[in-house]
Each structure stands twice: as C-alpha cells, then as structure tokens.
Design a protein around this ligand. Structure first.
Ligand SMILES: C[S@@+](CC[C@H](N)C(=O)[O-])C[C@H]1O[C@@H](n2cnc3c(N)ncnc32)[C@H](O)[C@@H]1O
Length: 302
C-alpha cells in the first residue's frame, strides 16, 4: 500500500514545494537514524513534535510552542518544520545554545540561505550522504515513506557558555580494571569517588570524603568544566591539608614507572629556566621538571 502511494506521488515529489504540500512540515525522523544520534548525545528534550511523532518522552508540541519555551540546559533534538518557519527554529536553536543548551538539528542543507550562513556555519556541520527517507502523512492523511528531494545535514550547537554540557557530549571515559582497584580499596577503604562514572557532578566543586579514589579525566578534551588532572591534583592537595587521604591515578611516561619501581626518590624541581647551549640565554617558557634520585642504601654498597 505504501509502495503504491509512493509510485502515485512520484511525479509530484520532484519539487520541494510539492514535498511541503504533502505535509513535509511534520515528517518524522527515521527511527534508526535518530537512535544512532541518541546513543551519541543522550537527548533529554524533543523541541518540536506532536503526540504521534515525538522521539522523546519530554517534548514541546505546536500547542506549547517550542519557539516560545526556555530549552534550559537540555540536550535537545530538533527536526523542525521545514517550511518558511525553519529560519526561526535555527535562530532559536543557536540562541538557546548560547544560554547553555546543546541542540542537534536535522535540517535540509540549504547552504545558500541567510540562516545557514548566519547560524549553521557557527555550529558543527555533518553533511549526510544520500537521502533520508521520512515517514509522514500525505494530504489524504495516509502514512507514507518519502525519500527527501534534497540533501540533509546535522548541525550541532554545543552550548558554548556551558563547558559542562559541551564536554559531557564530547568526553570519553575509562574505567579502572578491578584487579587494580580492589587491592587499593582493601588497603585504603575508599568512602568517596569525586570522578564517578557516569558523571554526576563536578568533583572539584564539592567536599571529598575521608579516603578518596581519584581517577580524573586525563585529556583536556575529556575534562568537564575544563577540570583535568591538574585541577584534581590541586583539589586533592587542598583536601589533604584538611586531613583527607586521596589516591590518584595519573598517566606518566614509562621511565617514571621504571624509576619508581627501581626505588628512586622523587623530588620536585619546579619550572627550570634551561640555558640555551648556544646563546646562553634562558629558555623563555620554563618547563616543569622533577628529580629522580637513584642512590643505593648504605648496606647495598659493596
Ligand atoms: C519534522 S517534525 C519532527 C517530529 C519529531 N520530533 C521527529 O524528529 O521525528 C516537526 C514537528 O514539529 C511540530 N511543530 C510545529 N510547530 C511547532 C511549534 N511551534 N512548537 C513545537 N512543535 C511544533 C509539528 O507538529 C511536527 O510534529
């Protein structure tokens, strides 16, 4: 049945104008396509939908008018009505992202329009290969599948003001293997984890426990609110001064492990102003260094 309708309407579909006439303004995102993006972003709000086609439990319909709502700090899915109104939706998505929302938009790649240049080009753009097949009702109210007559793109506005959301979307996290964690837990009896997975809240902004297991984000790009290893080390020192214990796991060069395993004493050396061997001038940006002291104990000297 769907196929017959598809053939019947085939001729009509060759212009976008006709495509809009058959109800294009409320055509539903293919589920598998949405699911893949949802896995990546974990959407919390569908900003334009209706009772039949909402992709998430929480959504705004025409009645509530998503354009008039505050999208807060939600991770928003937006497949807007594709008519003239589209520019309003793109503007709204862009503005809401400035206030802290993350907005992922499925839109036609209309690269010639003002709204594309003004807003979309400030987001991350992913052009889609091929054509999406949308599900929707034609003018007779029948449910049909139509391949779009234009290319689509995903535009992502990442909520620039709110590092937390931006980084949550981008971040990757790594969990400690049991065989390393369990013996440490036995020894130190951890009562707090400031960097749990999944993310709960910023571990830098809260008080820690008496004995803390600290596995912070190692890379700046994974750091939530920009809080990477250095921020967690500072915080651990602060907590240490209050009498609290922290066990931190941090990446090091292989030679650091080699030296520590050999029993080296570790001493801070601060930022060293290395002297240029040719000019004799100090290096303009001193780097952090440490001393590793390998000194046999008295009884080991033969
Ligand atoms: C292209 S469909 C997308 C539906 C669904 N969110 C999806 O991704 O499949 C656009 C939806 O926007 C709804 N809509 C139109 N104007 C709206 C408004 N002002 N506020 C909220 N939703 C609106 C329509 O009813 C329609 O269901």
């Amino acid at each position: 049945m769907e196929n017959e309708l598809y053939k019947k309407d085939l001729k009509k579909r060759h212009s976008e104008k006709i495509f809009q006439k058959v109800g294009m303004y409320c055509w539903e995102t293919p589920q598998d396509f949405f699911d893949k993006l949802n896995k990546e972003f974990n959407f919390t709000l569908d900003v334009c939908a209706n009772e039949d086609n909402h992709k998430l439990d929480i959504y705004f319909s025409e009645e509530e008018d998503g354009l008039k709502q505050d999208w807060g700090e939600n991770i928003c899915w937006m497949n807007p009505p594709y008519g003239r109104e589209i520019s309003k939706w793109i503007k709204k998505a862009f503005e809401e992202s400035k206030k802290g929302a993350v907005v992922v938009c499925l839109i036609p790649s209309r690269t010639e329009t003002i709204w594309w240049h003004k807003y979309c080009m400030q987001g991350e753009i992913r052009y889609l290969k091929g054509r999406l097949k949308f599900k929707g009702r034609n003018t007779k109210g029948e449910l049909v599948n139509y391949p779009a007559t234009f290319g689509n793109a995903i535009v992502i506005f990442k909520g620039e003001n709110k590092q937390k959301k931006k980084n949550l979307v981008d971040s990757r996290f790594w969990l400690i293997p049991k065989e390393i964690y369990d013996p440490l837990n036995k020894e130190f009896k951890f009562d707090f984890d400031p960097c749990p997975y999944p993310f709960v809240r910023d571990g830098i902004e809260i008080d820690w426990g008496k004995s803390n297991w600290v596995n912070p984000p190692f890379r700046t790009k994974d750091a939530i609110n920009g809080h990477g290893p250095t921020a967690f080390v500072r915080k651990a020192i602060e907590e240490f001064k209050k009498g609290k214990t922290s066990i931190l796991i941090l990446p090091v060069q292989s030679y650091v492990n080699m030296l520590l395993e050999a029993g080296a004493e570790l001493r801070p050396c601060g930022r060293v102003k290395w002297i240029d061997a040719i000019t004799g001038k100090p290096y303009p940006t001193p780097s952090n260094n440490a001393l590793f002291i390998l000194k046999p104990k008295q009884k080991e000297i033969k």
